[in-house]
Design a protein around this ligand. Structure first.
Ligand SMILES: [Zn+2]
Length: 81
């Protein structure tokens, strides 16, 4: 039986790799904002888990909570035919 690939990922590591910039809108993400703030730091799955994405560093990106919500399960990649 094949197990889903799960990496232990520190969100701050992803944040620092991305230079604190949201990968969706390109604007700076303020780590000090409370989690309830719509512009707070959110770890986004670039290729959504619902579409077979994995919880690995290369599939994780810094984002604003609002940007992540707006994106939903869509991606910037063309849908498979
Ligand atoms: Zn954003």
């Amino acid at each position: 039986m094949k197990q889903a690939l799960i990496e232990r990922v520190d969100p701050i590591e992803i944040y620092e790799r991305d230079g604190g910039l949201c990968w969706i809108c390109g604007e700076y993400v303020d780590l000090l904002l409370p989690a309830t703030d719509k512009m707070s730091f959110n770890l986004d799955h670039i290729w959504p888990l619902a579409l077979g994405g994995t919880h690995e560093r290369h599939n994780l990106g810094t984002s604003h909570r609002l940007c992540n919500q707006r994106k939903g399960v869509r991606t910037s990649l063309p849908a498979a035919a």
